[in-house]
Design a protein around this ligand. Structure first.
Ligand code: NZQ
Ligand code: ZN
Length: 395
């Protein structure tokens, strides 16, 4: 195990923390680009409260509204242009992962001199990560991606039907204002997807990482168990602020780097899902819920002992003399049943996706990211045929 790790994002966590937005933003400038999604923050009053806090601190705001789920490159360019034209000196993201990712990319695109799509990772094409960005403040209104406290952004190129990511130190938000009160209006389906997303961030590292990371394993198991305990409560009663808070904290920890540090893990389930949402504009974690159980069944064949451990420690499967293979199978079945119990789909057909383009999904995924030998980085590395097998298993 070897790593260099830093996460410089300050987190202000708890109900009511939105009121600290203005003071925090005022540290970085006098004019904010306020990035929002399709209007939920207007309907539930969060937008007005954010503006009030900014105004009280002497920070004016210019809005870039209309960031769509699975945010588009054109939206990033539009926001960056507003920031340049208006001379904004700080970017505030007020919304879900899509809004935060778009805002982070806008903050960097303001200074980016290359071809815009080159900012996003590609194993086959050009990839020039950004080196400069406006200061970013994130205010998540949905517990899911962890984008509020990490250096990643995921953007869709609508012209090429590709969805890719960028990770760069300049994309770490300066501050994440994580106020669970802002999430009480999230509908049941998006709440469940958020729970699935955060769990999947952790399972990727748990199953694809190097050996010899016992502390990270324990972190991961704790995050998943916390999500499985509190997630159903947040789905059942959206106004349960305690459940909202526990789920949101789990979602931050699941992808702020701490759990995965030193594991050097690939993210195969994410990479395959990104291709599905690029083609079909499905909710990210609805796609994950479909791909992950099928991927687990595939990967468990190569390493049943790892999946048996997951079954025992996380899903409470009792061994009673069962083989690793049997325990692993039971654990994955229970995991899939959990996803269904909170309302996630677990078959491609539920997303309206058939088998017509399955080869294309595999090839597109590998074009975005491969290990130089034509495989998707994962444990085990996945060939084109392996990806097809996993997708067929999810039909
Ligand atoms: O757009 P609005 O009107 O705000 O509505 C959104 C949207 O329709 C709604 N919503 C958000 N907060 C709400 C609310 N509705 C009511 N009350 C609230 N408080 O929820 C819907 C989905 O929002 P979205 O931002 O798309 O969801 P999510 O947070 O799941 O973000 C998904 C995006 O993040 C990327 C995904 O690929 C996807 O594009 N990811 C980003 C990551 C990162 N930066 O680290 C990692 C993830 O693995 C993921 O890939
Ligand atoms: Zn995710």
């Amino acid at each position: 195990m070897q790593f260099n790790f830093q996460n410089p994002t300050r987190i202000n966590f708890g109900a009511g923390k939105l009121s600290e937005l203005g003071t925090e933003a005022g540290t970085y400038g006098k004019k904010a680009l306020l990035v929002t999604g399709g209007g939920s923050v207007k309907r539930n009053g969060t937008f007005d409260r954010a503006l009030e806090s900014l105004k009280a601190a002497g920070v004016s705001a210019v809005e870039c509204a209309g960031v769509e789920p699975n945010p588009r490159l054109s939206t990033v360019l539009r926001g960056a242009q507003i920031a340049r034209d208006e001379g904004c000196d700080v970017v505030v993201a007020l919304g879900g992962g899509s809004t935060m990712d778009a805002a982070k990319a806008m903050a960097a695109m303001v200074f980016y001199e290359g071809e815009p799509w080159d900012m996003f990772f590609s194993s086959e094409g050009t990839f020039i990560p950004p080196t400069k960005a406006l200061p970013i403040i994130t205010v998540p209104t949905l517990a899911a991606t962890g984008s509020e406290m990490n250096n990643g952004a995921v953007i869709t190129n609508e012209e090429t039907t590709e969805k890719s990511f960028v990770n760069a130190p300049v994309l770490f938000p300066k501050v994440a204002i994580v106020d669970p009160e802002l999430t009480v209006t999230v509908p049941k389906d998006q709440t469940a997807y958020g729970v699935c997303d955060l769990i999947t961030h952790v399972t990727e590292g748990y199953f694809n990482g190097v050996d010899g990371t016992p502390l990270q394993d324990r972190f991961a198991e704790g995050v998943i168990q916390t999500a499985m305990e509190w997630g159903p409560k947040a789905v059942a009663d959206g106004n349960d602020l305690e459940a909202r808070a526990q789920v949101q904290w789990a979602s931050v920890v699941a992808l702020n780097g701490w759990v995965q540090v030193g594991t050097s893990a690939g993210y195969p389930v994410h990479m395959i899902e990104h291709t599905l949402s690029a083609h079909h504009d499905v909710a990210h974690a609805a796609g994950l819920a479909v791909v992950n159980p099928s991927w687990m069944r595939f990967a468990a064949r190569k390493r049943p002992e790892r999946f048996a451990r997951f079954a025992e420690r996380v899903l409470g499967v009792e061994r009673n003399g069962k083989t690793d293979e049997d325990a692993a199978r039971e654990g994955i079945d229970r995991f899939e049943a959990f996803l269904r119990s909170i309302g996630c789909p677990t078959h491609l057909s539920e997303l309206g996706i058939g088998d017509e383009l399955i080869e294309r999904y595999a090839e597109d995924t590998l074009r975005i990211i491969n290990d130089g030998k034509g495989n998707l980085p994962a444990r085990p590395p996945m060939s084109r045929e392996d990806i097809i097998e996993v997708l067929r298993g999810a039909l």
